[in-house]
Design a protein around this ligand. Structure first.
Ligand code: UD1
Ligand code: CA
Length: 460
């Protein structure tokens, strides 16, 4: 009996109240689908046998979970939460002596440490069914717990509840521990004789009570874990809780987050100690930020690696890029996929970069577009430099070797190469390779007509 329970996660329902093309449990929270949170919690409880009931958009769900060690159970028609459990009966039949932890797939905030006492309680009390409850200020939408007589319970769904019952504050959380043998004895008794014509899992509470089995509520004190995410507003509420948890955990690791309520850091993002994050920063996806960095307001970092001592000034967007240590970016810089800033490089306002290797200590401080380029060390890119990388059909590469100086307002028509140490005069349109150490000037010569303006004015 002291074996860990088998877990059954209910994830077959569409999530009608989401009004979404995508099944509810695949909606992301801090960059991770809702169902992953439930899975991780169950896993951290020490449960290794995990079944997931899938139905609506089952291919999508199975593909999202393909890396996870779970077994799928298919519920072709979604006829209710008890019906979902019925779908798992065949898979569970060999394990009659074990316990089954049934979890709604839309409870992403549950924490393993809160559930551990539940397992202990269930096993110590030798219950046939333990169902998790919580006292809520506003239990709207939840099933309400009624103690019919001493030790006998039932749960009435919001839709079925009388006005009196709706006043009950004790709600059913959507998390249950069954002794499988007793579950099997009661499941055939569940009917769909209710307003939704669904088979309610909650009916088992009453059925098992009536069968004289030991059914007990287990009250979960942690209020911030019990948001059942049924619509997009509840999604936002759950997101808020996860946001604060994430920011708190980073703060405890030594990261300064000035305003945790306006800072959005995806669950999988790592940030090193002594890094300072200003209000309004967003760090998403597979990003990693090193130590001693400073990310100023409204920086958006997505799928990017920032090494140590990187400084991102306000309103910069960094996507799919690598910023080596001591680099500085912004304000208003846009680094697109494949940008790689080498150590000590600086990129300033209104510079856009794409698929560009930007060498150590090189600078592009103002108003430039650098695409498909390889730029060496200590290069200076003047204001308004443009790599003309696209001929309407194909992209071409620009190569700029070490210590080159590109004057302001230059266009580099790719494919083109500027040799080491060369200078390009301001305002040039460079269409041919430039030799190392040369000066290239490619612009109309200046002409001057003395007195021209005075004569023109006199004519008027
Ligand atoms: C359920 C409970 C309610 C509880 C609430 C807590 C029932 C009848 N009611 O209501 O007492 O307060 O959770 O959040 O169980 N699912 C399937 N197959 C189905 C139907 C649902 O797999 O046929 C899955 C859904 O994908 C979801 C979970 O079961 O993950 C719960 O379903 P949902 O419709 O959200 O139940 P609630 O109405 O919230
Ligand atoms: Ca729900």
């Amino acid at each position: 009996m002291n074996q860990q329970p088998i877990a059954l996660i209910l994830a077959a329902g569409k999530g009608t109240r989401f009004k979404s093309k995508t099944i509810k449990i695949l909606h992301p929270l801090l960059g991770q689908p809702m169902i992953f949170y439930v899975l991780d919690t169950v896993k951290k409880l020490g449960t290794n046998d995990i079944l997931v009931v899938v139905g609506y958009q089952k291919e999508k769900v199975m593909s999202a979970l393909k890396e996870r060690e779970v077994q799928f159970v298919i519920q072709d028609q979604q006829l209710g939460t008890a019906h979902a459990v019925m779908a798992a009966q065949a898979a569970l039949r060999p394990f009659l002596e074990r316990d089954l932890l049934v979890v709604n797939g839309d409870l992403p905030l549950l924490r393993p440490e809160s559930l551990q006492p539940l397992l202990e309680f269930h096993q110590r009390e030798r219950n046939a069914l333990t169902f998790v409850t919580a006292l809520m200020d506003n239990p709207f939408g939840f099933g309400r717990v009624i103690e019919v007589s001493k030790g006998k319970y039932r749960v009435v769904e919001e839709r079925e509840a009388s006005p009196e019952q709706k006043k009950i504050k004790e709600a059913n959380v959507g998390l249950y521990l069954f002794r499988i043998k007793d579950l099997f004895g009661a499941l055939p008794k569940v009917s769909n004789n209710n307003s939704k014509q669904e088979f309610y899992l909650t009916d088992l509470i009453e059925i098992l009570s009536q069968q004289g089995k030991k059914v007990r509520p287990f009250s979960l004190p942690a209020k911030d874990e019990i948001v059942g995410v049924n619509d997009r507003y509840e999604l936002a509420q759950a997101l808020r809780v996860l946001q604060i948890r994430k920011n708190k955990s980073l703060a405890q690791l030594g990261v300064t987050i000035i305003d945790p309520e306006t800072t959005w850091i995806d669950i999988g993002v790592e940030v090193g100690e002594e890094t300072i994050i200003y209000p309004g920063v967003v760090i998403e996806g597979k990003s990693k930020v090193g130590k001693d960095c400073r990310l100023e307001s409204f920086a958006v970092i997505r799928d990017s690696i920032l090494k140590d001592d990187v400084h991102v000034l306000a309103s910069s967007v960094v996507e799919g890029s690598i910023l080596e240590s001591q680099t500085k970016v912004g304000p208003f810089t846009h680094l697109r996929a494949g940008s790689h800033l080498r150590k000590g490089a600086k990129v300033g306002n209104f510079v856009e970069m794409k698929k560009t290797e930007f060498g150590p200590e090189s600078k592009a401080m103002h108003l430039s577009y650098l695409g498909d380029s390889k730029i060496g060390r200590q290069v200076n890119i003047g204001a308004g430099t443009i790599t003309c990388n696209y001929d309407g059909l194909k992209k071409h590469e620009t190569q700029i070797e070490d210590e080159v100086f590109i004057g302001s307002g230059t266009q580099l028509v790719a494919p083109v190469k500027i040799g080491r140490g060369a200078y390009v005069g301001a305002g040039s349109t460079i269409t041919k390779n430039v030799s190392p150490e040369a000066l290239a000037v490619a612009r109309g010569r200046q002409v001057e007509k003395l007195g021209w303006a005075r004569r023109k004015r006199k004519k008027r």
